[in-house]
Design a protein around this ligand. Sequence first.
Ligand SMILES: Nc1ncnc2c1ncn2[C@@H]1O[C@H](COP(=O)(O)OP(=O)(O)O)[C@@H](O)[C@H]1O
Ligand SMILES: [Mg+2]
Length: 382
Amino acid sequence: MSADRTGFERALRDARLLITAGSGGVGKTTTAAAIGLRAAQAGRRVAVLTIDPARRLADALGLSELTGELRQVDPTHFEAAGFACAGEMWAMMLDIKTTGDQMVRRFAPDAETAARILDNTYYQYFSTSLAGAQEYMAVEQVRTLTADERFDLVVLDTPPAAHALDFLDAPDRLLAALDSRAMQVLRGGSDADDGLAARLLGRGKGLVLKSLNKLTGGPFIEELTDFLLLFGSILDALKVSSRSVQALLRAETTRFFLVSAPYRANVDEAVHFKEQLDRRGFPLGGFIINRVHHPCPWIKDDVETLAHALDELADVPLARREALVTRMLAALKAHQRMAERDREAVDRLARLNHGPPVLVPLLPQDVRDLRGLDRVARSLTA
Ligand SMILES: Nc1ncnc2c1ncn2[C@@H]1O[C@H](COP(=O)(O)OP(=O)(O)O)[C@@H](O)[C@H]1O
Ligand SMILES: [Mg+2]
């Protein structure tokens, strides 16, 4: 799959995981949803995982009152919005806060162990402070979905650029943390060594623990050892899953699309992000430039509106009509200037990626319903 438009169309058709990334507000969530819709329109069964959809888009996707639950967009809503959709579109809001708990439930050997881990003070600390643990859990959810036979394609939206890297590095970092010396000392090595946790617990009824508890003023150590032993039961499962998430992010059927607005700062950030992806061996699908000014704004509807407007101005004194036309021309020129500036961004990213980026025009209003999303979706493959 290459970087140009044909490559994009091929990715929509063949990829198993597509990821949108870019700086804040450029349109990652919107394009992720539009990519999902486009693939669903082509007949695929798609699950879109969004991070922070604008309220109205969430409503349009049927995500208004639910978080962390996957829901199918009602097919009659597509018809109501004026288009057909041969496939299926599902959407879900990634809830980074609760995915950790879900993961403990999934990986723990039994319900009782899961409950004890979730209640443990150290788990609460661990799940919020271990390097990238929460982000990891969110990515882990993506892996679960890509393995789900109900879907042909998963589209993942990411947090703004800086955090997106945390997010994508999470499996590597978690794996490094699990393999670290400190973790081994706590958990114990593979054979002879029992690990600090087991040894502390072994002397649990003894002097060491009693005096430690006295020192710390409470049963902290007992709770810590308990946590380490319990959590140890899921660490191995966690390691296996981190490895497959690592592999998934770099798979032949995965593609990253870097979304940018046509402003220099956003383009700079997209270029930087591309370097970061390359360095990590994450496969770039291409660039999407969102909110592009079309070089010729006088599309048919506008010309008609304008003609009607001028008709209504027939009785207006000539000097006022001239003033109006002058203002209109100034607006047109300003628009053309922006279109030229956008052209620079397009050319720059085209050179960098050896192929033209995918362009999404600036729409007259926010993308807040399926009709708007369909406009974005159609422009992706126009
Ligand atoms: N092509 C576009 N034309 C008009 N509005 C857009 C376009 N793309 C996105 N928007 C609007 O811009 C806002 C930010 O988009 P969003 O996708 O949430 O950005 P991000 O996820 O990158 O923060 C939303 O209100 C969205 O409806
Ligand atoms: Mg977003």
